[in-house]
Ligand binder design. Structure first.
Ligand SMILES: Nc1nc2c(c(=O)[nH]1)N[C@H]1C(S)=C(S)[C@@H](COP(=O)(O)OP(=O)(O)OC[C@H]3O[C@@H](n4cnc5c(=O)[nH]c(N)nc54)[C@H](O)[C@@H]3O)O[C@H]1N2
Ligand SMILES: Nc1nc2c(c(=O)[nH]1)N[C@H]1C(S)=C(S)[C@@H](COP(=O)(O)OP(=O)(O)OC[C@H]3O[C@@H](n4cnc5c(=O)[nH]c(N)nc54)[C@H](O)[C@@H]3O)O[C@H]1N2
Ligand code: SF4
Ligand SMILES: [Mo]
Length: 766
């Protein structure tokens, strides 16, 4: 395979180490465009790609360290089979594919394919995995699945499905009032050029930034209003804000008349709420609540970003609704600087099903967007329910580390009859699996993500490989293609006509693919693999794995033809989809795939009458409980609130296993307020034991006055095993989910309350 040629001013330079190659940073969902220099397989330099369509040269400090991902020690270089004694034996790929296919099929034959669960399918930088994983899933008849979205975003999806029938996103770069609710974009990003945008808002007197966060975060430092709520009391604050809007009649009456349903019922819920009482419950002065509510109501545009600080805290689903009620009642949807529904290349959520979620037959939990609640996976497998899952297929995810109650997930994997993990490293999850298949890294293959939520412009970036696959590894496209063939879903004979059509060009291919899939539906069901095998070889070097995106481009062109044309792609019908696809696979700067007008925002709603449904009666009961005050979850035994999994300067989920990538705070300190530190007799650098109902650990302390008294935090992604000099893995820092438990979760969608874990601290004697 030839590596795609680099472009740019240095491309012609004779010295290959001086050539800049375009790609993206894979450390968070923003996927900022970068240019890198290579020396052999080392990434020696990284800079922002100024011509990238979305990030325009922006990166944060983390991008400069991606070589620690690409060239970490301990990459897997052959399939591994667990032996009776618990050690792993390297095998060849043919054996691995044969035995993995047989193992999964065996579970299906003994218990039914619905007793197999698929977990994962993509991380912060790689979503082609999911398209290919769907092939193997369909070849086996696997319907049960989950991924990390079902431990953070399913509450939001439950609410948005009912209110909008789809996902919405704010325009923070243009909003007059930007609100960050349990979100620290300075570190976690979540929209393009986050730090630049935050600084711009802070410097502009006409614009206002409101940060709702118990901690004085880096973002809060830039805010006009930092509402330092008591941990877990956001529902009280939002109810008080709504009460001011309703009681002072600050509603957008005419706009609501035209665009929303359920307004009167919603307004009635806040008419008698005592702002003063609720202010006391959340710890914010009533006058500040009133002034913030008036600022929101008087603004031309308001955008709100909710994130883990509320999605992983008490009343999470309720909060997801309350803030949306606030911005809808004040008329903030579908205008510049407000939220809008948006286009998707491949939707990450299926909102069609929301509002009528199915129920997990094993645990009775709600299945939002087809995803089993993460907190219920282990519980289900470890039950004696006849419907429980008996096998697991996990890829590009590290659920033993990332899901609540690590010990339970380990037990659940061991309780399965067959488990397989596809990863680049021997992760905490891989170490529990019967089989581990080594994937090529994200810089050794073509990849992309479907995180694009832009409006009015939406973009996608498909990256060519930077490097050849590490010896012994395979890209997921190839792994799944081999599995699908081993499972007998496709044969060479099935693909003959498609190979011929692909050689003739995309137009012939479209007709041939539709005909083949109609005649033989399994070809459609494993379509990603079929396209990889037949269309892939005709694509530019290194881009074969992008083949299924041809179908995605066709669907985007069908759904949003005018907007795809407005984005500069030409043609009608399948020719438009072909033009879009060609632009996508030849443009490492990324492409705008849709360009909307704000008038489209209501057309994009998927509610029956394309109005916003502001009233969610299912949540009224929980709302009513707030009047009794904020429930305290701490106790004499566990007097602190632990926020388990904070985003910091050098954290990136579990993507970076090499701890030396962190330039500061090597272990990921436990932050605590100076008063609490004094009470415990602890100073920065001392060791403290932290205990919760879920477990206990020792962390290094950092006395930090941005914390509230009574609240402590640990970073996410720490406590990973890594062997810097080979040999046995060493752990650095605390793995947060050794401290969390699967029972501590939202009552509606089952998402964990990781930001609000009752905990006890004790100094550790030196
Ligand atoms: N550097 C870095 N960036 C990342 C990631 C990473 O690992 N590292 N991960 C990415 C991923 S997967 C995600 S989902 C996002 C998450 O991004 P964020 O949600 O922004 O990240 P967190 O730091 O987990 O939580 C945000 C804030 O919630 C606050 N918080 C805690 N308790 C409460 C509460 O009761 N109420 C309120 N209002 N706030 C509270 C915390 O103080 C914290 O500042 O980040 C993405 N970006
Ligand atoms: N306590 C607590 N727990 C949390 C959080 C928290 O705030 N607190 N945050 C949660 C959130 S929001 C999220 S999104 C999850 C994230 O947790 P996960 O969904 O488990 O995702 P990652 O940690 O990103 O793990 C990705 C895995 O993919 C592997 N990988 C990297 N590149 C490739 C590749 O090209 N192919 C394959 N097959 N594998 C690859 C990595 O080695 C790693 O094992 O963690 C959650 N866990
Ligand atoms: S970690 Fe930083 S550079 Fe990398 S994608 Fe996220 S915001 Fe961009
Ligand atoms: Mo996440």
């Amino acid at each position: 395979m030839a590596i795609i040629e680099a472009t740019g001013p240095d491309a012609a330079d004779a010295d290959p180490t001086k050539t800049w190659h375009k790609n993206v940073c894979i450390l968070c969902g923003n996927n900022c465009g970068v240019e890198v220099r290579l020396d052999g397989r080392e990434i020696t330099r990284v800079r922002g790609n100024k011509t990238h369509v979305a990030s325009k040269g922006y990166t944060c400090e983390k991008a400069l360290r991606i070589n620690h991902y690409q060239n970490a020690r301990g990459r897997l270089t052959s399939p591994m089979r667990r032996m009776e004694d618990g050690t792993y034996e390297p095998t060849d790929w043919d054996t691995a594919i044969r035995e993995v296919a047989a193992g999964l099929r065996g579970v299906g034959e003994r218990h039914g394919p619905d007793k197999l669960m698929y977990y994962g399918g993509g991380g912060q930088g790689n979503h082609l995995v999911g398209l290919y994983g769907a092939g193997t899933r369909n070849a086996l008849g696997i319907t049960r699945r989950s991924n990390a979205l079902a431990q953070e975003k399913t509450g939001e999806a439950w609410v948005e499905g009912r209110m909008f029938g789809t996902h919405t996103h704010g325009e923070f770069a243009d909003a007059e009032v930007s609100i960050f609710l349990g979100k620290n974009p300075w570190h976690s990003h979540g929209f393009d050029e986050a730090r630049r945008v935050l600084k711009e808002i802070a410097a502009d007197d006409a614009r206002t930034m409101i940060v709702i966060d118990p901690r004085r975060t880096e973002t809060a430092d830039l805010a006009d209003h930092h509402l330092a709520v008591r941990p877990g009391s956001d529902a009280h604050l939002l109810t008080a804000l709504l009460a001011v809007v309703v009681q002072e009649d600050l509603l957008a009456h005419d706009w609501l008349q035209e665009n929303a349903n359920g307004v009167d019922e919603t307004v009635a819920l806040f008419a008698d709420v005592s702002v003063d009482d609720y202010a006391a419950h959340c710890g914010i002065e009533p006058h500040e609540i009133r002034s913030v509510a008036r600022r929101i109501a008087s603004a031309e545009s308001v955008s709100v970003f909710e994130d883990l600080g509320v999605e992983m805290a008490p009343h999470s689903t309720l909060v997801s609704w309350l803030h949306r009620a606030l911005w809808v009642l004040t008329g903030n949807y579908g205008k510049p600087g407000t939220a809008s529904a948006h286009s998707s290349m491949v939707p990450l959520f299926s909102y069609g099903a929301t509002g009528r979620e199915s129920v997990d037959p094993v645990t009775g939990g709600p299945i939002v967007s087809g995803l089993i609640p993460c907190n219920e996976i282990a519980e289900g497998i470890l039950s004696d329910h006849p419907e429980r899952s008996r096998g697991m297929f996990i890829e590009s995810a590290n659920p033993v580390h990332s899901l609540a109650g690590s010990a339970r997930f380990r037990d659940a994997m061991r309780a399965c009859e067959f488990t397989v993990v596809i990863d680049i490293a021997m992760t905490e999850t891989a170490k529990e699996a019967d089989w581990v298949l080594p994937a090529s890294s994200q810089y050794e293959k073509c990849e992309t993500t479907f995180f694009g939520v832009g409006f009015p412009d939406n973009t996608i970036t498909i990256r060519p490989p930077l490097l050849e696959p590490l010896d012994g590894t395979l890209p997921e496209a190839e792994i799944h293609s081999r599995l699908v063939r081993e499972l007998g879903a496709i044969t060479d004979d099935d693909l003959g006509s498609l190979h011929a059509a692909a050689a003739e060009g995309l137009e012939s291919y479209a007709a041939a693919f539709m005909a083949a899939a109609t005649e033989n539906p399994i070809l459609g069901a494993v379509g990603g693999v079929v396209m990889y095998e037949t269309l892939g070889p005709t694509l530019p070097d290194g881009m074969a794995a992008a083949a299924p995106l041809w179908f995605s481009a066709q669907q985007a062109a069908m759904r949003y033809p005018d907007q795809v044309r407005a984005a500069g792609h030409e043609g009608e019908g399948t020719a438009l989809g072909d033009a879009l696809f060609n632009a996508m696979i030849t443009n490492p700067d990324g492409v705008v795939f849709t360009r909307h007008q704000h008038g489209d925002s209501f057309d994009l709603l998927r509610t029956p009458d394309q109005k916003i449904n502001v009233h969610l009666p299912e949540l009224e009961g929980e709302l009513a409980t707030l009047s009794a005050g904020a429930v305290s979850h701490t106790s004499d035994e566990f007097p602190f609130v632990l926020a388990a999994g904070e985003r910091r300067s050098f954290t990136a989920n579990t993507i970076m296993r090499d701890p030396s990538w962190r330039k500061k705070d090597p272990e990921g300190a436990l932050r605590l307020h100076p008063d609490d530190a004094a009470g415990l007799g602890v100073e920065t650098g001392d060791r403290v034991r932290i205990s919760t109902a879920g477990g206990t650990a020792v962390a290094v302390a950092e006395v930090n006055d941005s914390m509230q008294p009574g609240m402590v935090s640990l970073p996410n992604g720490m406590g990973l095993g890594y062997a810097p000099a080979g040999g046995e893995d060493e752990l650095t820092g605390v793995a947060p989910n050794e401290l969390t438990s699967i029972d501590w979760k939202d009552p509606i969608v089952g998402t964990p309350w990781h930001k609000h874990v009752p905990a006890r601290l004790e100094p550790v004697e030196r």
